[in-house]
Design a binder for this molecule. Structure first.
Ligand SMILES: [Zn+2]
Length: 95
């Protein structure tokens, strides 16, 4: 099965520009690559939100039971892999 991967246009542009800065590379190639990048359609993807379960609200108010999402500050009665309120992936990394 095909696994789709998504890349960031500006990251690729930056990499290409650093490669093409080589004096052996003809300058018109840079314009070709630039135009090519601009014509690749953007994928309809959502950035994955990440968070972790906490034992207090953002206000600092501690909770007696359950956990609180670091992303949306909503209470849940137990830890889940994804926050049922905001959909964040709860693997501990905040982004
Ligand atoms: Zn949440």
């Amino acid at each position: 099965m095909d696994k789709k991967e998504y890349i960031e246009r500006e990251k690729i542009r930056g990499i290409l520009h650093s490669i093409i800065n080589d004096s052996n590379c003809p300058m018109y190639m840079l314009q070709v690559y630039d135009q090519m990048l601009d014509h690749i359609p953007a994928a309809d993807v959502q950035e994955v939100r990440r968070g972790k379960w906490l034992y207090e609200y953002k206000s600092g108010t501690p909770i007696k039971e359950g956990v609180v999402s670091s992303c949306c500050d909503m209470w849940n009665n137990y830890r889940t892999n994804f926050c049922p309120h905001c959909g964040a992936r709860m693997d501990g990394e905040e982004k």
